[in-house]
Design a protein around this ligand. Structure first.
Ligand SMILES: [Zn+2]
Length: 145
């Protein structure tokens, strides 16, 4: 799959077709086409990753969450204003009362897509990027300090 992604970074040429046929010679042609389509979608998704400071904070925990700010002495305490715990990305995604409305809309989108809740952080990015980034974009971090 990784080899295909690389090949598909270039315009399809006869050489590309030959390479793919060779790589997948033991599989049915339809499978090969399907695999390549999947890879292309994946690449496209990667390019569209909304790398905002807010998105980074939620996905990596490096940024605007209070647990992070407190670690670097930029906040007096790591507690979320909902008073129900330390404000980590997990707290904001899964627990915080302050984000209940946004979360229920995220949940709805995921369940409508056939997913389950809670969905692990990594899967939110990999499978539900559109809904998840809308969720992150809607968070008003100023109200979470
Ligand atoms: Zn909270």
């Amino acid at each position: 799959m990784r080899a295909c992604a690389h090949i598909h970074a270039h315009p399809p040429t006869r050489q590309h077709a030959r390479t793919c046929t060779h790589t997948h010679k033991h599989t049915h042609v339809r499978t090969h086409t399907h695999t390549c389509m999947h890879v292309r979608v994946h690449t496209h998704t990667q390019m569209k990753l909304p790398i905002t400071p807010e998105f980074t904070a939620i996905v990596t925990g490096h940024g605007k969450t209070k647990s992070y700010l407190h670690r670097f002495k930029l906040a007096d305490n790591p507690t979320c204003p909902c008073n129900e715990g330390v404000q980590t990305p997990e707290h904001l995604i899964y627990d915080s009362k302050l984000l209940e409305v946004l979360r229920s809309s995220l949940k709805q989108h995921i369940m409508a897509d056939g997913g389950n809740w809670p969905t692990p952080n990594s899967e939110l990015v990999a499978s539900y990027l559109k809904s998840f980034s809308r969720f992150v974009k809607s968070i008003d971090f100023n109200k979470l300090q």
